[in-house]
Ligand binder design. Structure first.
Ligand SMILES: C[S@@+](CC[C@H](N)C(=O)[O-])C[C@H]1O[C@@H](n2cnc3c(N)ncnc32)[C@H](O)[C@@H]1O
Length: 185
């Protein structure tokens, strides 16, 4: 699978509030996130979805954001501090081939992987780790940019995910994206 990584400077563009006109993070996340949840986000960039996740999990919830590029993490940290949400967000530097989240085994309620899985060297490894950190009944929302990722490629990602023990629940409609919601049984 592809290993091209989004350049760090695109992080500013991806986190622009104008993007909400096409992909509203409130509407995308609200059906899946509840107050008090522990949420894991892979590849947050500068935090377009992370800040909204932090708002939705509330004071007693937690967002763990695993990002590979230090400059993206810096941007996310700055934006979270400005929004007074940093205390609900744990920033983690990931590795290309692993989220390194063994400490979270079976404790996560919801995982967001938005526009990132096609950048991973091993989607299989990601889905395996995702299944291992989700609680029984926990959910994973996968979305990929329809412009970069073909329908065939996305279908292959879905096949890989189901092989790792995640069950496909539905195909939410998200503009300019392929999307799928999984559950850990
Ligand atoms: C296209 S951007 C999407 C950012 C964000 N999810 C959004 O939708 O605005 C992909 C992000 O995934 C990150 N990324 C790529 N490979 C990664 C890996 N192995 N572990 C963690 N993050 C990764 C990139 O650095 C980049 O920030």
């Amino acid at each position: 699978m592809a290993t091209h990584i989004c350049p760090w400077w695109l992080g500013y563009l991806l986190a622009s509030p104008l993007r909400s006109l096409i992909q509203d993070p409130v509407k995308i996340l609200e059906p899946h996130v509840r107050s008090g949840m522990r949420v894991l986000e892979l590849g947050p960039g500068m935090g377009f979805f992370t800040l909204e996740l932090a708002r939705q999990v509330g004071l007693n919830g937690q967002v763990i954001a695993v990002e590979i590029q230090p400059r993206m993490l810096k941007g996310l940290q700055r934006r979270a501090a400005k929004g007074r949400l940093l205390n609900r967000i744990e920033l983690r530097q990931g590795r290309p081939d692993s989220m390194a989240v063994q400490d979270l085994a079976a404790t996560v309620d919801f995982i967001l992987a938005f526009a990132v899985v096609h950048e991973l060297p091993s989607p299989e490894r990601f889905f395996t780790e995702a299944a291992s950190v989700l609680k029984p009944g926990g959910r994973l929302l996968l979305a990929e940019p329809a412009g970069h990722v073909s329908s065939a490629h996305f279908e292959e990602e879905l096949r890989i995910a189901t092989r790792t023990g995640l069950s496909l629940l539905e195909r939410p409609v998200i503009r300019r994206s392929h999307a799928a919601l999984f559950a850990k049984l």
